[in-house]
Design a protein around this ligand. Structure first.
Ligand SMILES: C[S@@+](CC[C@H](N)C(=O)[O-])C[C@H]1O[C@@H](n2cnc3c(N)ncnc32)[C@H](O)[C@@H]1O
Length: 297
């Protein structure tokens, strides 16, 4: 996890962050025009040229993975440790979405969930956090940044898990505090799920395949049974889940809601009341309005 200090020119800072995040070229051009008030001024042209020459984009060719650097622009005072600094997360991501590499791509819901975590750090600091369907692992880096006491990242796809481990290493997070585990929802055992005594559960873009919905609900039901025991029994606290999702297919989402109700899980839409800060202002390809946030208990 690299933390860099702000550059002096905010507009050029955005353009640089967009380059490093490997934003699509049409978004880069729009941002460059916006930066220089409509036309591409010489200053901006020189800046772009220098960026192109100096930036090192590392491509792991054998696996079709590209290195993106995602910069979260943290405002001062958001938490005690991060005033006026960016959080820059390096992530190997897939270029090969169409051939079953979904967990190695960066989805808008995990950008949104990471912004949510960084915007409301107190919800997660000193907490044990358990994520399902973690993909590239960005949410785990955000949780570590806000001081979660332990982070358990899980995924049911072997190559996704390997890529995630590589990303954790890249961000210097392969310590005992952030762990990665193989967890296919279909074979999840309650004893395995509850052994971490987690306080909260997270998930980004995991509601999309109707075949997986019953298994996902069962995993959430088991995870949300977890109660941390404090000194007195009445001090037991139920865990909550925060799920960010883009609703691409309404029928699948309604199926998820019905299955949740049958499992006695309460699903509350908190998108409006808990809007995260816009920490990725340069990322024109990211449509934050497409993402909804649910609290499940
Ligand atoms: C659309 S990706 C989202 C990844 C990441 N959370 C994000 O938002 O960038 C869905 C993730 O769920 C995982 N997944 C899908 N079905 C699963 C299952 N049955 N068991 C465990 N993980 C599963 C995939 O491997 C993938 O990492």
């Amino acid at each position: 996890m690299a933390v860099v200090s702000d550059t002096k020119t905010p507009n050029l800072r955005c353009l640089k962050a967009a380059f490093l995040a490997m934003e699509p070229s049409n978004c880069l051009i729009s941002l460059a025009r916006r930066t220089s008030g409509g036309s591409l001024t010489e200053e901006v042209q020189n800046f772009i040229l220098e960026l192109c020459v100096n930036s090192v984009y590392v491509l792991r060719r054998e696996e079709n993975r590209i290195l993106k650097k995602i910069s979260f622009f943290l405002p001062s005072g958001i938490d005690d440790r991060s005033s006026q600094r960016n959080l820059v997360v390096s992530l190997y991501c897939s270029l090969n979405l169409l051939e079953g590499d979904t967990g190695c791509a960066l989805w808008p819901s995990c950008l949104f969930l990471s912004e949510f975590i960084l915007s409301y750090p107190k919800l997660f600091s000193d907490k044990v956090c358990f994520e399902v369907g973690s993909g590239v692992g960005l949410v785990g880096v955000a949780l570590a940044h806000v001081g979660a006491s332990k982070v358990i990242l899980t995924d049911g796809d072997g190559s996704t898990l390997e890529n995630m481990k590589c990303n954790l290493e890249l961000n210097h997070l392969r310590s005992g505090k952030v762990q990665s585990r193989y967890l296919p929802w279909e074979f999840a055992a309650e004893s395995e799920l509850l052994k971490y005594e987690h306080d909260c559960v997270l998930g980004a873009d995991i509601i999309y395949d109707p075949k997986c919905v019953p298994h996902l609900i069962e995993v959430l039901r088991m995870l949300l049974k977890s109660k941390r025991t404090f000194i007195l029994p009445e001090e037991k606290e139920a865990s909550v889940a925060y799920l960010a999702t883009v609703i691409r297919n309404k029928e699948t989402f309604n199926y998820f809601l019905r299955a949740a109700e049958e499992a006695h899980l309460s699903v509350m839409d908190i998108t409006q009341d808990w809007q995260p800060l816009n920490l990725l202002p340069y990322m024109l390809s990211y449509d934050r309005t497409s993402v909804c946030l649910y609290r499940i208990s």
